[in-house]
Design a protein around this ligand. Structure first.
Ligand code: FAD
Length: 441
């Protein structure tokens, strides 16, 4: 019952050298590799399991500006254009469509928050429409209910998580890059203090540039060479239903349930923000830095179990580069979904959207959402190891901004004018506490 994912054939032999090695084949890693390859660099991407198999295939697929934190909004806007351009540039289909996102509510405080965001978004040139009760009822007619109001963001959209990362990986191959699945990067080598190679389970690739886009595995990887990257993960459970429901919005958010149309005509159903905190050695290590985040989000979080220990992604172990590592023992981070959440999600969805009664549950899965203390990703070069770039910690909203994040990485690597101001993403900011800086949405 794992999240559906297109399987792709990738390269065989590892190159001995590359201009850049990208570690991790989620949406961030594949877009980084794609934009580097487009700039004429010889790129090798190594993925310990399958392309897209972790967070990037387990999400809702929302590509939104709506309700974005100010630090991510410019990247969200540029990413929407890049999603569109990618299809035109490559002929590959990520399932991206500007279908618009619909938010409905009966809570005055929530509606007031969306109105404040609309006013701020205007200053950034982003259009979003507040809906009055009649308009909300009309757009949300599939619920058969009355609503006090809502928001519709017409320029936002969705891409298909089951096909996006594989489509970008195919585009990398067409540009002459290589993509290696079942190939974990175990660590890095340096010469004269600079990055000189990436050690993988299949051999070492000589390179002056490496990008760590390993999602929930980034912190334990960085620990191997002494870089402290505070990261914690939340287990989020979600399900999909078969095609058959008619007249539903393509992408709907309410406080009780969210529903997103998938490429096959089925729907992904989830409860926004809800998750379980599984105890891990890394959670304990960084716990003090996550207090501000926890205080803001605790209402939707519940204690988990030992699932995180089994997964190994948040180990504090230091491993040898000539032995199998925790990444090779857990090719695909596939945590057990929380059955109580799955049942509740399904029941709420059938209640809110009666037409879903014509469908069946087709899959249920969980994903570990990797978060930073302020809920904003870390993108930038690690000063202590020139040539090593970090692009991780996308905190539950990295799918939609995957193209922009990958483009920014390519800008930073090549010393080009950055597509957005990278200051907010600087990994050095975690030296300071996150009080007052936790992202609102
Ligand atoms: C349930 C859920 C719903 C979500 N909904 C949305 C949404 O609607 N919109 C949105 O924008 N975001 C959403 N997100 C968040 C989004 O999915 C993530 O932010 C995004 O996919 C992160 O991409 P990534 O490439 O950084 O990480 P991942 O997709 O996790 O990819 C990292 C990859 O790196 C590989 N890797 C790790 N270490 C190594 C190594 N040492 N060597 C080789 N490979 C390695 C892993 O195997 C993995 O494939 C959601 C997430 C979840 C779980």
């Amino acid at each position: 019952m794992r999240a559906p994912l297109q399987q792709i054939e990738t390269s065989g032999q590892l190159p001995q050298a590359a201009d850049a090695v990208v570690i991790g084949g989620g949406v961030v890693g594949v877009f980084a590799a794609y934009y580097l390859a487009r700039r004429g660099m010889k790129v090798a991407l190594v993925e310990k399991g399958r392309i897209g198999a972790e967070q990037s295939s387990r999400n809702w697929g929302w590509c939104r500006q709506q309700n974005r934190d100010a630090r991510e909004l410019p990247m969200a806007t540029r990413s929407l254009d890049l999603w569109e351009r990618f299809a035109a540039e490559t002929g590959e289909d990520t399932g991206f469509r500007r279908c618009g996102l619909l938010y409905l509510s009966n809570d005055e405080a929530e509606l007031a928050g969306w109105a404040r965001w609309r006013d701020f978004a205007r200053t950034a040139g982003v259009t979003t429409h507040m809906l009055d009760s009649a308009e909300a009822g009309e757009r949300g007619r599939a619920t058969g209910r009355t609503w006090k109001g809502g928001v519709f963001s017409p320029t936002d959209g969705t891409a298909d998580p089951s096909q996006a990362a594989p489509a970008v990986a195919r585009a990398i191959l067409k540009l002459g890059g290589s993509v290696h699945q079942n190939c974990a990067a175990r660590g890095i080598e340096t010469e004269g203090g600079r990055l000189s190679g990436v050690v993988t389970e299949g051999g070492t690739i000589r390179t002056k540039v490496a990008i760590m886009a390993g999602g929930a595995w980034a912190s334990s990887f960085c620990r191997q060479f002494g870089f402290r990257f505070p990261q914690a993960s939340i287990r989020s459970s979600i399900l999909s239903v078969s095609p058959g429901a008619e007249g539903l919005p393509d992408a709907l958010h309410t406080a009780r349930i969210s529903a997103t149309r998938r490429g096959d005509g089925g729907y992904t159903l989830a409860i926004s923000g809800r998750g379980r905190v599984d105890v891990t050695p890394q959670q304990l290590r960084f716990s003090s830095q996550f207090v501000p985040m926890f205080l803001k989000r605790w209402r939707s979080l519940a204690p988990g179990g030992l699932e995180g220990m089994r997964s190994g992604h948040e180990t504090l172990q230091r491993w040898r580069l000539d032995h199998p590592t925790p990444m090779e023992r857990m090719r695909i981070l596939d945590p057990v979904p929380d059955q109580a959440t799955i049942r509740l999600t399904h029941a709420r969805a059938l209640e809110l959207l009666p037409d879903l009664r014509r469908t069946k549950i087709s899959a249920a899965w969980a994903g570990y959402i990797d978060s930073t203390p302020d809920g904003v990703p870390a993108i930038g070069e690690i000063q202590t190891v020139p040539g090593f770039f970090l692009a991780a910690g996308f905190s539950g909203h990295g799918f939609g901004i995957g193209p922009g994040a990958g483009y920014l990485v390519a800008d930073l690597v090549t010393g080009s004018e950055p597509i957005v101001d990278p200051t907010s993403y600087d990994p050095r900011r975690f030296d300071a506490p996150a009080w007052g800086k936790v992202a609102d949405f």
